[in-house]
Design a protein around this ligand. Structure first.
Ligand SMILES: [Zn+2]
Ligand SMILES: [Zn+2]
Length: 236
């Protein structure tokens, strides 16, 4: 399941874009808003406490508390946030459903492709111990796949290139999960890597929520969708 959910979500997103050619941007925006709050809730309710708990020093009976571990986790979270900001210089925000690319495109957008792949690969890493989060990543990548595929089709990009792009993108998260679960050196740094991913998810999901309210006008449907995301994630 951990492998299949994030893989399928991108392929389904690709198929939705190819077969249904969604015209209704409103629904996509709502799905984005939902995915943002869903992902953020899973991050703060599951991944974040888990990362801190895993670095809690074992109780040796001493009264002295060692705070160095927890504060280094915090730094890794910040590294994740800054890293994601840097990635977005290259991806132009594709990870949160933004595409700022030329409207006519023949060539593969390599910078976008590579930064999106690094993003998805890292996101896969904590999943080996976190099925809940696999749902979060899957629901976060579904609208992204629809938006990107639709954009590429409209930009006149070659169909084979689009398929290649989405196939590799869909394989990245499961690959990250596999690599982090099977390489001992990476397992040793599970907490640190997960903390970086927490930072990435913080930035991504809050950007999605922020951008879904870009005009800051009260929108009951959007607010409802965001609250729904929180509630659903709580019960996952
Ligand atoms: Zn953006
Ligand atoms: Zn992502």
């Amino acid at each position: 399941m951990v492998y299949i959910l994030p893989l399928l979500s991108i392929l389904i997103g690709y198929l939705i874009a190819i077969l249904l050619r969604p015209k209704n941007k409103k629904n996509l925006k709502l799905l984005l808003a939902f995915s943002g709050s869903f992902l953020l809730t899973l991050t703060v309710t599951h991944l974040l406490p888990e990362v801190y708990a895993s670095t809690e020093p074992l109780h040796h009976g001493g009264l002295e508390h060692d705070h160095s571990h927890s504060s280094s986790i915090g730094i890794f979270i910040m590294v994740g946030i800054v890293f994601q900001i840097i990635l977005e210089y290259f991806s132009k925000g594709a990870e949160h459903g933004h595409v700022h690319l030329p409207h006519k495109m023949d060539a593969m957008p390599w910078l976008l492709f590579i930064s999106l792949c690094i993003h998805a690969l890292l996101e896969g890493m904590p999943l080996s111990q976190n099925l809940n989060l696999a749902w979060g990543i899957a629901i976060h990548h579904l609208p992204i796949a629809v938006i990107l595929t639709t954009f590429f089709i409209n930009a006149g990009m070659d169909k084979k290139k689009i398929l290649f792009f989405m196939l590799v993108f869909s394989l990245m998260t499961p690959l990250g999960t596999y690599v982090s679960g099977s390489f001992v050196p990476l397992q040793k740094y599970y907490a640190e890597i997960s903390a970086i991913v927490v930072g990435i998810l913080f930035h991504i999901s809050s950007t999605i929520i922020f951008e879904s309210n870009e005009d800051h006008r009260f929108n009951l449907t959007k607010l409802g969708t965001i609250i729904l995301g929180v509630i659903v994630a709580y019960f996952v």
